[in-house]
Design a protein around this ligand. Sequence first.
Ligand code: CAO
Length: 467
Amino acid sequence: PLFKMHAHNYSTCGKIRVVLCKLCGSYRLKNGCVIFNDHLLSLVTSGPIVPFKLSDIGEGIMEVTVKEWYVKEGDKVSQFDSICEVQSDKASVTITSRYDGVIKKLYYEVDATALVGTPLVDIETEPGLEVAHEEDVVETPAMSNDEHTHQEIKGHKTQATPAVRRLAMENNIKLSEVVGTGRDGRILKEDILNFLAKQTGAILPPTPFHEIQPPPPPSPSVPLPVISRPVFTGKDSTEPLKGFHKAMVKTMTAALKIPHFGYKDEVDLTRLVQLRKELKGLSEGRGVKLSYMPFFIKAASLGLLHFPILNASVDEAVQNITYKASHNIGLAMDTSQGLLVPNVKNVQLLSVFEIAVELNRMQILGATGQLGTADLTGGTFTLSNIGSIGGTYAKPVILPPEVAIGALGKIQVLPRFNSRDEVVKAHVMNVSWSADHRIIDGATMARFSNLWRDYLENPASMVLDLK
Ligand code: CAO
């Protein structure tokens, strides 16, 4: 009778998934069974239906395109299961579930535009589940490239894989309290274990030393962008610009407000061609493809150490200049989704081989449309190797807030004079620089270009300046 007389006020009981009504002392179990005075009283078969909203995924993104659903109505999902893939104008993001339950409704068709803050799906949660208030729901988008998730907790950004989040959750640990020792402060499994050990006084075995494993060689099955077949439909067609195209409109329109200064030169890569030939097999033996790009990138970083103004950014009002400590060198990439510019982070700290490892990773992600926000943001200087497709000169456009960009032409075998006035066979590449002429003068660009060229024409000299 008491059991029936009131609306039960269930609250979570300890760490286990049992809820207790404070008024009558009945328990509700995770499976919906209600127990009162040791008697099984009822079976609740379903919990509340929760609209699962697309939360703010940062970077000022207000809308995304739904690229693929991984669930359909009626599917059972658990926390961290992938729900769908969405694409913003900056990156592809995998949205993962916050709840265990059953999908009741999908709000969008594939290719539809979903707005931040509106529901993506309705999930019928499991009975007994304490559902957070809608305002409290912070969904954790998972980066599709490395399955890392980002979450804003009281202004403190934490990064961890779903497995690490689960480990933290199972042990009632708030990620915001754990110091991440992974790259960019990422929280690793060991960080959670160490945190636990500190709390419980347990002594953990030392973390085994992980040797950096090069990624597997690019699989031949990874489709590289190919020339598309001619298309003739016989009628005009109009479609809205979406995703990365929209980003290109925004970035390039902003870029062309910047007065560009152009500077071009020729680089004799004969020695570098020989050096790469010698190192290519060695690198492939370690499972990494070695192109010229890692040398171009490293030489740029060595040059930027002498010309930090080229690795800087200016604010929109052009009142302040910020010299960036990290050389996050972007490279224009022709991907399955069109032009993207991922960047290799902290090139100043990387060897040529480590840059090649990063480049291989990004090329695989680019070819499969999986480059994520982490790789696509934070660039400080850009190189565009259009020569891998063809052409000699280009007129590259600065990617604001960066202040300089270089375009590399095709390496051609051409006759040139050597120091004894003899005609020799040379491997020649043209470089075309563009710089923000509001803050960079031609002489600076030319001096940097000379230094970059010297490193590449005498690649052994790079060794002297490697850290
Ligand atoms: N001249 C001649 N050969 C070149 C070259 C150049 N400038 N650049 C690369 N190559 C060679 C490579 O050495 C490699 O040869 P091997 O098979 O003998 O090793 C081959 O071309 C293929 O290289 P790659 O393209 O796989 O690798 P990369 O590191 O040189 O370039 C990347 C990577 C991402 C820059 C390139 O794939 C790409 O997407 N380029 C297009 C960039 C672009 O679109 N720019 C325009 C931006 S503005 O719209």
